[in-house]
Design a protein around this ligand. Structure first.
Ligand code: G16
Length: 563
């Protein structure tokens, strides 16, 4: 039962943040997102929800103010669960209901009812802790203050302002704090740089390093990532990182820069051009949870060879598979049983068909989920080692706790009887990867360091890496319609079930093109429908995407005029 004091505090605080008229908020692919100026009530309510989640779980919860790849004037809020992952999907309907409760009394009723169902005590003696972070958006500071008021509307809840962070840093801090390990921003840099150093120190001497340029140029999307990479850089040795578009010299967040722009437009971001031809370049998104690589191909039109999330995933898969095979190599003096590991790959419908073919040819198990790290992460957690990436560069590698403790034990055994052997080194490398790569969520900074370490280990240039397989030409389009929610999909978003009849026409169009594949889905972060098409030539992929876009207009106009 909620105490009287709690009830009146919640009523009074909520009344300070009325919801804007005529808007419906939805906890989409990655939390609530909208124009930052109308998000006050949503962020306040997300603060209430985060405090309740903390009471329920007995652990610290994260609340991040960011709209990641969206334009600068958008903002958003997402919640990190105690393990550093996304808010449990079970609570999303409550988040939606809370965000749209028309007035304080409705909100109070919702909270009281939900607290009863979930056994969350609101008698005034409970405690809760919410860690808050934000990116560099202009509305971030005031929205963070609003979130604090939402947290403070629950008696016993404490808001801890961690300031400006990348989204993955906040997730990492929440996870570490709840595990009882070192959890400050400095600890994050220390852990990343230490595990990176370990991987570099273990590069075999026979690797031909001449192909690998020690320099990498990084586009910071004029967001938080560039600034944080500068911090991390101070603790790294053996890698020359040049950060551009750090936001310090003007330049607008995600405008002509950043991983989303580079991946969708397939051109170099601003501040990159012909002068960089031949160099290894990377691009982060606005809150540094996505990473893509590229190299500039043409001086005249800024065209690039894009190395997207699929190819980052493939590079990691090659490396992890190799380390597992070295670890389990049957040598004459072998006294150890092999340490079998279920290695799983998770992709979405956006994965380039050529990447999936390549991974399957490697003998790997590849599974698909709908778009959104919350789905991919959950699936990857079913394996001993799960590698997941979206083509847009959002992904990571996760190790199960059971496998990690077996690996620790095996590494300890090998360090006694086979110290310095390749098998021992493989165990140490895998452990270092689990420390370097963010176990909570996709993280561009830790991903960048792992790419750099693996390329050095392989002795591969960016061109060699790109040649792992040839991408099928593809095209992505954004279609602005009156109501994107009129599109409902099934089968990991590869099939449209509503509007009825649309899928049949998409299939007919797709069948016209060799190696054609096409799907549409409503975005969960922007007010648009996305169209993805691939085919054997760029011209064919473009034509397929355009004709399906016309179908979307046709159907959604029809749908809307009949609503
Ligand atoms: C978020 C999610 C990603 C998703 C992306 C696009 O990325 O975390 O998993 O791929 O949105 O989603 P949608 O196609 O539904 O708009 P970010 O980097 O914006 O947080």
């Amino acid at each position: 039962m909620a105490s009287e004091k709690q009830r009146s505090l919640l009523l009074e605080s909520t009344s300070r943040f009325p919801i804007p008229p005529g808007v419906r908020f939805s906890y989409g692919t990655a939390g609530f997102r909208s124009d930052g100026l109308i998000l006050g009530s949503t962020v306040f309510r997300a603060g209430v929800l985060a405090a309740l989640r903390s009471i329920k779980t007995g652990h610290a919860i994260g609340l991040m103010i960011t709209a990641s790849h969206n334009p600068i004037f958008d903002n958003g809020v997402k919640i990190a669960d105690p393990d550093g992952g996304m808010l449990t999907q079970k609570w999303e309907p409550f988040a939606d209901a809370l965000a749209n409760a028309p007035d304080p009394q409705h909100l109070l009723d919702l909270v009281v009812q939900f607290a009863e169902e979930e056994n969350i005590p609101l008698c005034g003696t409970q405690s809760a802790e919410v860690l808050l972070g934000r990116d560099t958006r202009p509305t971030g500071e005031s929205l963070l203050e609003t979130a604090k008021q939402g947290i403070n509307a629950i008696i016993g809840a404490v808001a801890v302002d961690m300031g400006i962070l990348t989204t993955p840093q906040l997730h990492w801090i929440v996870r570490s704090r709840n595990k009882g390990t070192k959890a400050s921003e400095f600890d994050y840099y220390a852990q990343l740089s230490k595990s990176f150093r370990c991987l570099i120190d273990l590069i075999p001497e026979n690797i031909v390093k001449s192909e690998v340029d020690p320099k990498v140029l990084v586009d910071g999307a004029n967001g938080v990532g560039g600034e944080k990479l500068e911090e991390l850089k101070k603790m790294l040795k053996g890698l020359d990182i040049e950060v551009r578009n750090s936001g310090k010299k003007g330049g607008v967040l995600n405008d002509g820069v950043g991983a989303d722009y580079v991946q969708k437009e397939k051109v170099a971001p601003s501040s990159f051009g012909s002068i960089d031809m031949g160099l290894r370049c990377a691009s982060l998104d606005g809150d540094a949870d996505r990473l893509v690589y590229f190299h500039v191909l043409s001086a005249s039109d800024n065209s690039i060879d894009l190395i997207d999330g699929d190819k980052i995933l493939s590079l990691f898969a090659v490396f992890i598979k190799e380390q597992l095979s070295i670890l389990n190599r049957n040598e004459n003096d072998d006294v150890f049983n092999s340490l079998p590991a279920r290695l799983g790959i998770v992709q979405t419908a956006y994965a380039n068909g050529a990447s999936t073919d390549y991974l399957k040819q490697m003998g790997l198990e590849v599974v698909f989920t709908p778009t959104g790290v919350k789905y991919l992460h959950k699936k990857a957690a079913e394996y001993d080692i799960g590698i997941y990436f979206e083509a847009n560069g959002h992904g990571t590698i996760i190790f199960s706790e059971e496998f990690l403790s077996l690996l620790h034990a095996r590494s300890d055994e090998l360090s006694v009887s086979m110290a310095g052997s390749e098998r021992h080194k493989a165990a140490v490398r895998l452990l270092a990867v689990s420390q370097l790569i963010n176990q909570a969520v996709g993280d561009a900074l830790s991903g960048l360091l792992l790419v750099e370490a693996v390329l050095s280990y392989m002795g591969w240039s960016i061109v060699r890496w790109s040649q792992l397989y040839a991408d099928l030409p593809s095209r992505q389009l954004k279609v602005k319609v009156a109501d994107r929610n009129a599109v409902v999909t099934a089968n990991a978003e590869t099939e449209v079930v509503q509007p009825v009849g649309l899928q049949k026409l998409i299939d007919t169009e797709t069948a016209k093109y060799p190696r054609g594949r096409c799907f549409i889905r409503p975005s969960g972060t922007e007010d648009i429908v996305r169209v993805y098409a691939e085919a054997s030539t760029q011209e064919a992929a473009d034509r397929l995407a355009n004709s399906v876009m016309q179908l979307v207009y046709q159907f959604l106009d029809f749908t809307n005029s009949h609503v």
